[in-house]
Design a protein around this ligand. Sequence first.
Ligand SMILES: [Zn+2]
Length: 61
Amino acid sequence: MAVPKKRMTRARRDRRRAHWKRKLSLPGLVECPRCHEPRLSHRVCPNCGFYKNYRVVAKKD
Ligand SMILES: [Zn+2]
């Protein structure tokens, strides 16, 4: 079984733990330039169906 050779400093340990919370939030969320709704980057906007200023998915009115 792997055993750590050296004790990790408080600073290193705490820096590692400080990052973990960022993974909980949804990554890559950006505001749609057309309807200003939050959407995933590099994805078609679920609200207006636009991607890079052209319609990809027909909007349900
Ligand atoms: Zn949109």
